[in-house]
Design a protein around this ligand. Sequence first.
Ligand code: PLP
Length: 388
Amino acid sequence: MPRIANRVIPFGTTIFTEINALAQQYNAVNLGQGRPDFDGAPEVVQAYVNALQSGLYNQYAPGAGALVARQGVANFIGRHYGMDIDPQSGVIITAGATEAVFASIMGLIDPGDEVIIIEPFFDSYAPGVLMAGGVPVYVPLYPPQWQFNADELRKAFNPKTRAIILNTPHNPIGKVFSYQELTQIADLCKEYDVTVISDEVYEHLIFDDAVHIPIATLPNMFERTVTIGSAGKTFGMTGWKTGWVYGHPDLIKGVTQARQYITFVGNHPAQIALSEAFKLPSSYYEDYRAMYTEKRDLMMQGVNEAGFKSFTPQGTYFVMSDFSELFDGDDVAFSHYMITEIGVAVIPTSAFYSAEHKHLGSKHVRFAFCKGDDVIRVANERMHKLKR
Ligand SMILES: Cc1ncc(COP(=O)(O)O)c(C=O)c1O
């Protein structure tokens, strides 16, 4: 009898698919998935239309991506962080950050290598490491400030450690790692000769006085880091599934070798539009932040009034909230209760933890506030029913 591969059996269905289906069934306001319910910049949409209609980009792009898009990434990184990236050998345009993460894992990790994953984590990291034959080693962050324990971090490093997957600004917490935290990680990476896969898709979604620091900019880190970005997050176009990975050519070579047999190339017209998006003026980023700061404040008002205890996001469009004063069950039971009784869909955060640390997420849920203000207001209104 034909059967599916053992490697995928433990993966099940992602929590996002489950929650979306349930939200639809109960007509709940969906603050589950990080899927904006409004469009990105019209001039960038127009650039995509133009690319399609020009008749020049409806066939395969070059393997590493259209050169104008790679040049766009290099300029963008130079402009924002002062790093000198070679667009020919130091950048690949990928099918979203998800492919960039997967190709980085496949191209930089050997079977049996240990890979440190900071918890909670974006759900694709651990399956990626497992599919590569790697061994995930989990290091949790602890509330209320969501810091790692320095001893636990150090103990996770050993001669078998090949890589660490870092995510800053962090989904689902909304934390932006500080220079001091990044230095602690970087020092261990240098001591143990470890590669960093740094997922920085929310690099431009930061609030107040938070500063996003790419770990690749720390001393002697560029040569051991690949850094990932996404048009889905930076330009609000999640449906394009267009992202990038940049770094030292020696590492990008490995990512390219893997990537050529994953998708071979990404969507060509989207890459041309991406190259135009990189030309948006700095006011675009200021407006983007201002809009999301308002949404964050509105969401925080709702969760505070309802009685959650929440970490105020320094970045991303997520709020991670402790519901223990509102409900006695675990996060999965609470998420079901939220959808069926309150009419608001949220994500149970145990989905962002390994089996060994699931309990750490069992009293939190994640709200996504990349939604119209009216949608957030309706959710906030509905959550008044939660108050004990
Ligand atoms: C931390 C993080 N990394 C990667 C991704 C995936 O990005 P993309 O849609 O570009 O594949 C997401 C999307 O939610 C994310 O939150």
